[in-house]
Each structure stands twice: as structure tokens, then as C-alpha cells.
Ligand binder design. Sequence first.
Ligand code: CMC
Length: 394
Amino acid sequence: TGYITMDPAYMNTGATVSSVTFLDGEQGILRYRGIPIEQLAEQSSFTETAYLLIYGRLPTRQELVAFRLQVSRHSMIHEGLKELIDRFPPGAHPMAILSSAVCAMSAYYPELAKMDQTPEEVELSIVRLIAKITTIAAYAYKQSIGHPLLYPDNSLGYCANFLRMMFGVPCEPYVVDDDLVKALKVLMILHADHEQNCSTSTVRLVGSSRANLFAAVSAGILALWGPLHGGANQEVLEMLEEIQRDGGDVAKFVLKAKDPKDPFRLMGFGHRVYKNYDPRATIIKRTADTVLTKLGKQDEPLLKIAKELEEAARSDSYFVDRKLYPNVDFYSGIIYHAMGIPTTMFTVMFAIGRLPGWIAQWKEMLEQKAKIGRPRQIYVGPTKTDYVPIEARG
Ligand code: CMC
């Protein structure tokens, strides 16, 4: 009924009001609940930022302690879920494992997989998901290299516990490296929310049907996997490695990215809303320098190639005219790589970071009592056509 407005990629269409994240793409500003990400990256912890996003304000000391306790208390995964992960074939992409295992949580907690949850049930879904996603993610990696799962150690903080589950082995004590924990924390905070991006809109759309949180987030993880979205961080590193194998000629790849006949794009470049530098990339680039220096990897050739590529693109009118700058994914992979995290895990890292944002937006959507999302279309197919029996078809 009435007119249908077309905006296929939602270039200008707002689907919701939100008080979670403020983003000004022209100015390169990003704030969670009003607080600039620069301040959070410097001063907050990941669990505190998660609290801020989900509950709308910074916690008091007691609230933060209680939240951390809840999250660490739920960090183990059901042994059945562990077996499910074990059944994936060798070489399975960890994003496939992560989304399946998160979705499978609805089977392990059926009481949380129904419509009209009580506030206590909503709360339990949230805490369980934040608590278990790192355990699932680390196990997806351990399974891929044939190592046993390390159970979580609840005496450690969120990021330290994750690193231990990733890199620790049962036969040796794990020594926490504070510099790595800090770098991981910064990366996680910078990924924690980004208003109505593709995966978050997916979480909201799936959630608008009142599907449970595990189902909605599992769908969000799958949307994130795409190379134009979170999957770009894996693609960036693979691109840098390809440039390295090819002899390091960045100009050649800039030329290729400009060729309208070549589908190749500079991965980690460009953004739908940032038409100025992505503020997350500024911090991540700085963090990459600090982390690599601390690890004694300041001469990492991939970092050098990335910087040369950025410089070449930023002095090229194609990229300047289109306002294409490095985005969050451009330098993050270099840090993960230096930390020893395998390339196939990069988008999983993004998913862990984005989880508080997905949850905050899902919760806000429920509180808004959002109607089911249901885009319209303009039909361009055949007019009424009669069925032709198979024997009469030419
Ligand atoms: N390399 C070369 N050309 C590009 C690039 C790139 N990375 N990005 C955009 N362009 C060109 C594009 O060809 C188009 O040119 P023209 O106007 O001549 O047709 C113009 O710039 C506008 O691009 P668009 O694809 O219409 O812009 P969009 O807003 O639909 O897409 C984007 C945004 C992020 C998908 C795109 O810039 C891209 O594909 N970038 C590479 C993938 C990437 O790094 N994704 C991560 C995004 S940030 C984090 C996240 O969301 O996960």
C-alpha cells in the first residue's frame, strides 16, 4: 500500500533510534554511550566497556566486581558443546565453528530460548554468552591444531584468560604477558560497537522476530564473516602476504585496485560512513607500532608493506577523491599476527570484541518493543504467466 521507497543498501535509511553509539563519519568521531573511544581504549577494561554498552553507563566498583564474577562463573562450556566442536573436520574455519556453537547454546539452555523471557533470563543469556564465547573461540583454535582444550582459569581477567586458553598447554604453567593483554584489551574495546553495521543490523532483524539471543548473535557472527565486513581483517593479512611474495611492489596493487575491470579491492580500505580517517584505525596503527616494538618485531616486513601501501593509496587521487582511508581492519591483523594468532582466527577476534555491541543493540531493540523487521520490495518479475505442463514445454 502506498509508495515504496527504494534504498537497497540502506545508504540513507535509518531503521531505528539508538542511544548506544554515536558515530560522525565526516569528523571521524566514535563514542560509546557518549564516551569517546580514545578515552575508553586508554582507561577502561573490556568488561567495563561491555558493561557500559549493555547497561548504558559506567558501573560502580561493586557493580563491576559483581559483573566480572558473573562472567567468570559461567566461563566453562557444556561438555556436550565441547564434543560438538570436536566433530568438526580438520581445517574447518573457526567462524563456522563459532557461529554453530553459539547457536547450539540455545539447545543447551532451552529455558533461555523462548519468547517473553523474564529480565533475569535475559540477564542470564547475556552473561552466559559473554562468558562462553572466549572458551568456544579458543577451543575452535585448539581443535584445529589438535591440542586439548584448556579449561578457563577464573583467577585471570577476561583477556588474559582468553590468551591462556589459546596459547597455554596443560603440561606447562602459562605466563601472562601484560603487554599482550593490554594490546588485546585495546583491540577488543575498539571493536565493541559500531552502531547499525551489517552484523548488528542482522542481530536486530533476527532478534525482532523474538528469536533468542544465541540465535540472533549466531546470525550476526555469520554476517560479520563476509570479506566486506569483519572478514576483511583476514583478507588484509592475506593481501599483505601476497604483496610480500610478489616482491613488495605496493604501487602494482594500488593500480590493480583502481582498475574497474579488476574485482580486486584494497582490503582494509574504505568505509560506508567514515569519509575521514577511521578513528579506530588511528589508535590501532599506534598500538601496532608499540606491540611490535615490545615483541622485538619492529622490523616485521608486513607492517612495512602496510605502511607503504597506506602511503601510496593516500597520495593517489582515486583513493583521495573517493575518501578511502584505512579502516579498523587494516592494521589489526598485523597485531594479531605478531601475537601469534592465526589468520583464520582474526574474524573470530572481531566477533569476541563486537559481542557487547550486539548484545546492547539486541537488548535495546527488546526494550523498544520493536516491531518485526520486514523490508519491502518492488517486484520486477514476469506478469501473470500460466503453468505449462512438462510435456508441453519446448
Ligand atoms: N579498494 C578500491 N576501491 C574501493 C575500495 C577499496 N577498498 N572501497 C571502495 N572503493 C571504490 C568503489 O569501487 C567505488 O568506486 P566507484 O564510485 O568508482 O564505483 C567507491 O570506492 C565507493 O565504494 P562502494 O563499494 O560503493 O562503497 P560502500 O560504502 O558500498 O562500501 C566498503 C564500503 C567498506 C564495503 C568498501 O569500501 C570495501 O569493499 N572495502 C574493502 C573491504 C573492507 O575493508 N571492509 C571492512 C570495512 S570496516 C570494518 C567492518 O565493517 O567490518
